[in-house]
Structures are given as structure tokens and as C-alpha cells.
Design a protein around this ligand. Structure first.
Ligand SMILES: [Zn+2]
Length: 155
């Protein structure tokens, strides 16, 4: 499922990208009209806290999921009732720009990431758009913990 998050859902969008979901998000003022057009044109399900956008999206027969809380864990809990995590897709996208990451061989990363990171990791990814390297650091553990916590909430 492709997703579009409204401007109020930046952190949720970041997490959905970490989990591997193709997630449109712009931290910029966009009109409802623009968001609705993108959702329609790219076949994206709208995740929003904006009551007006919910009504307008439904009128246009778009898939709209109402997010009713500002708490990230509860937002993720709500979101994950509608989408299934594919373990293989976790950490496959850039959290900043949604681009699919390339895997990079370890020897190509030397000197480009902190030396501790280089020593402690075997797998690296790269966003060609942001010029940013990713690895399974504390970020990854934080993510696993959060997913576990959310799964418990859903039981
Ligand atoms: Zn990027």
C-alpha cells in the first residue's frame, strides 16, 4: 500500500518509511487540493488528522485513514491496523526522502561513516538522493523495540 501523510504527521511518515512503506510526505504548506491530487494520481491512501481533508478525500472516493492522536506510538498502532509490515522491507527506504536505498559494500563505506560505525557494522545502505549512509545502529534497535511495543498494544 502506498501512503500519503499530511503535514501534521511528519514523525509518523518517518516511521512508516523506516518500516519500508512508500510514504509521500512534504514538510511544507500544501493545499488539500494538491494532496488529494497526489493521492489520486499515485494511488496513495491518505493518513491524516485533518477533518476537512478526511471529508474531501472520502467525497472523491479516495482511501482515507483518520489518525486521531498526536502520540506517536498510538499513531503507529492505528496505522498498522491498516497496513502489514513486510520484514524484508524494513530499512529499505530513506527516512528523509522516501527513495529506495541501495545496498553498499562495506569496503566502499570506509572513511565515509564514523570509524566506530564502520567497525561495528557489516551492512550499509545509501540514499543516492540525500547522499546519506544508513546502517543498523542504535536507530535500528530503537525501531525493533518500538515495533515490539506496538505489537503488544495490538494484542
Ligand atoms: Zn534520501
Amino acid at each position: 500500500m502506498k501512503i500519503l501523510c499530511d503535514q501534521m504527521l511528519g514523525t509518523l511518515a518517518k516511521w512508516l518509511r523506516i518500516l519500508g512503506f512508500d510514504t509521500f510526505y512534504e514538510n511544507a504548506e500544501m493545499s488539500d487540493e494538491d494532496l488529494l491530487n497526489i493521492a489520486k494520481g499515485e494511488n496513495r491512501t491518505i493518513f491524516t488528522r485533518d477533518k476537512e481533508l478526511i471529508i474531501r478525500g472520502k467525497k472523491k472516493n479516495l482511501n482515507v485513514i483518520s489518525i486521531e492522536t498526536t502520540d506517536l506510538d498510538l499513531q503507529l498502532n492505528q496505522a498498522l491496523k491498516h497496513v502489514n509490515i513486510d520484514e524484508k522491507s524494513i530499512l529499505s527506504r530513506c527516512t528523509l526522502c522516501n527513495t529506495v536505498l541501495d545496498t553498499v559494500e562495506k569496503n566502499k563505506v570506509q572513511g565515509k561513516v564514523p570509524s566506530k560505525v564502520f567497525e561495528n557494522n557489516e551492512k550499509f545502505w545509501f540514499c543516492s538522493k540525500c547522499n546519506k549512509f544508513y546502517w543498523m545502529g542504535s536507530h535500528y534497535n530503537e525501531m525493533i523495540n518500538k515495533i515490539d511495543k506496538i505489537k503488544k498494544l495490538q494484542q
